[in-house]
Ligand binder design. Structure first.
Ligand code: N01
Length: 547
């Protein structure tokens, strides 16, 4: 496209968003390179190889929709694929679409500076390279910067310790070991039941309990696989309309429309079917109405009390905040694990872990022996990855500073003062099923680039007014939901899980369907929320593109 830049586009991260962006940008004829810190593709599914890691969403919509070849040729083995199956899927997609040769593995972005005189990004990597590009597409992932609590004494620990999100590639033998698991989010609840199968003792340190929905995994048989493949057009149609971008029917009933018996029947049915249906196919006011939410929350607490035999442990496992104020994980015999003799729960909500000792952990009052410590302590979500990278836009303004108090974007995808930077799965993008959400976003990014090419624009960026309006809109939506309580539940939705991180809404909770409509309107109306820079060179190129 241009003689003066080394690449038309640079994409960061070989997860769902990055690989789709690489594919589409190359299809547009743009010279594109993807930078990936790992040794292979997969993004979170490359790094999070902890015991028990598998998807929380069903296979047939937790995948790409765009490639007919991939949809036809790839077969899922089970309802919730394991990390290993997800890795194989990413490798298959990459090779089937011939993307590998455009990926630089073990290469981490350390900085990118907007050169205003040339309208290019100057990108720097950790192997000392530097090159220019016109478009920078960050798909580094919202949950890609693991958080390790700053606990004194970790260096003195004589056993082994691991972070769920940086799990080693070799197997860890837990046989006969005393294992401490710190954290009970989506990662911790998958780790516990699996490690308990071989460890001598598993001690779970819980600060805030979660509402863990039963996943109810099962193998997919051939007939189901054939039916799924035949239904893909409808699956994507439904997923793009559904609130969380999942292939689930739209829920029509409010809790108040139903008798008490019918409410329980609906909840029981969703609990039995398993997965996120409990959130999205029970009451359509579950996210909006405290009373409806409490009916569903208390239903789960009663399930916990019925499953977990020790009443004191059961009560500790019962969350007191509204369901969905934290992202509920799906569990595979999570509550049942506490009925094992080798699993115990320690409540560290009031009595926190204060120190790691050479042979274990301690709180202010007690000591716990451990041979292995697993930190499933989450992520510096959404804005975290940008903090460690020196991205500077116009006038040398740093992205980390721009996002320090309010992580503002327009549509989750672009920031004023940072021309031609696209933040796939960035702040204030929709909280939704990742693959479907990022596919919609990448389609918007390529539409924006095509718009620039047609109009001879060297760059575009959102107006500050568009960013402010989107931030306000996202905040207003949050206030109308039970999620406004997320800070009290230490949720990463608000940055509340990281000590010292400014509290601010990090995701758009208006629903995926509404969001996709908004993207489409913006593109169809020639991007009214953006301003463009036209240079003599790009104007000339536009003539070539249009002729
Ligand atoms: O992280 P989390 P995660 N002492 O932040 C605790 C996605 N995901 O990796 O809640 C003791 O949820 C912390 O306590 P608290 C998914 O979107 C998906 O599990 O802050 N405990 C919490 O219990 C998910 O929401 C999948 O009070 C400490 C835990 O560590 C997101 O990633 C699988 C502590 C962290 O939980 C994050 O999930 C995995 C301390 N000092 C992740 N510091 C699937 O789809 C932190 N904690 C399968």
């Amino acid at each position: 496209m241009s003689d003066s830049v080394e690449f038309d586009a640079v994409v960061i991260g070989a997860g769902f968003g990055g690989l789709r962006a690489l594919h589409d940008l190359r299809q547009m004829g743009l010279t594109t390179v993807l930078l990936e810190a790992g040794t292979d593709v997969g993004g979170v599914w490359y790094w999070n190889r902890y015991p028990g890691a598998r998807t929380d969403s069903e296979a047939w919509y937790y995948c790409y929709s765009f490639s007919k070849e991939v949809l036809a040729e790839w077969d899922w083995s089970q309802r919730y694929p394991t990390q290993e199956e997800m890795s194989r899927y990413f490798q298959f997609v990459t090779d089937r679409l011939d993307l590998r040769k455009h990926i630089r593995f073990q290469t981490r972005l350390v900085g990118a500076t907007w050169d205003e005189s040339a309208n290019v990004w100057v990108v720097r990597t950790d192997d000392g390279q530097s090159f220019t590009c016109r478009y920078l597409v960050s798909a580094a992932g919202p949950l890609s910067k693991p958080y390790l609590p700053d606990l004194p004494g970790l260096d003195s620990f004589t056993g082994q310790w691991y972070q769920s999100a940086y799990w080693p590639k070799h197997d860890i033998d837990f046989t006969g070991k005393r294992v401490a698991v710190v954290g009970t989010g989506a990662s911790g609840v998958q780790v516990v039941p699996v490690v308990a199968l071989s460890a001598a003792q598993v001690t779970v340190f819980q600060r805030t309990p979660n509402y863990v929905l039963p996943a109810r995994n099962r193998p997919l048989d051939e007939a189901e696989r054939v039916a799924i493949k035949a239904d893909y057009d409808n699956i994507w149609e439904r997923a793009r309309r559904q609130f969380y971008a999942m292939d689930l029917p739209v829920c029509e009933q409010a809790a108040g429309d139903l008798s008490r018996e019918d409410q329980q029947r609906v909840l029981e049915r969703a609990w039995e079917v398993g997965g996120f249906r409990f959130l999205f196919n029970t009451f359509n006011d579950l996210w909006l109405d405290g009373k409806a939410n409490e009916i569903a929350s208390e239903f789960i607490r009663n399930k916990i009390r019925a499953i977990v035999k020790d009443p004191a442990t059961a009560e500790l496992l019962c969350p007191k905040y509204p369901l969905a104020a934290k992202r509920p994980p799906c569990g595979h015999n999570y509550y049942e694990a506490y009925n094992r003799e080798n699993v115990s729960l320690v409540d560290v909500s009031e009595n926190p872990i204060t120190e790691i000792l050479p042979t274990g952990l301690r709180t202010a009052t007690d000591k716990y022996e451990a041979d292995i410590i697993i930190f499933a302590t989450g992520f510096d979500a959404v804005t975290g990855p940008a903090q460690g990278v020196d991205i500077r836009g116009r006038d040398g303004r740093r992205l980390s500073e721009a996002w320090e108090t309010v992580p503002g974007t327009y549509l989750g995808l672009a920031v004023d003062g940072f021309p031609n930077l696209f933040t796939v799965a960035g702040p204030l993008g929709p909280f939704a099923n990742g693959p479907t959400m990022v596919e919609g976003q990448v389609e918007f990014v390529t539409a924006a680039i095509a718009h620039m090419q047609r109009n001879g624009a060297a760059a575009m960026e959102p107006t500050p007014e568009a960013v402010d309006a989107w931030v306000r809109h996202a905040g207003e939506i949050l206030e109308g939901t039970v999620l406004a309580n997320a800070a009290t539940a230490n949720s990463w939705f608000l940055g509340a899980n990281i000590p010292g991180k400014p509290r601010g809404i990090l995701a758009y909770f208006g629903g995926a369907g509404t969001y996709f409509d908004r993207l489409q309107d913006e593109a169809a109306s020639d991007f009214p929320g953006f301003t463009s820079i036209v240079s003599a060179q790009t104007a000339q190129q536009a003539v070539a593109v249009n002729s």
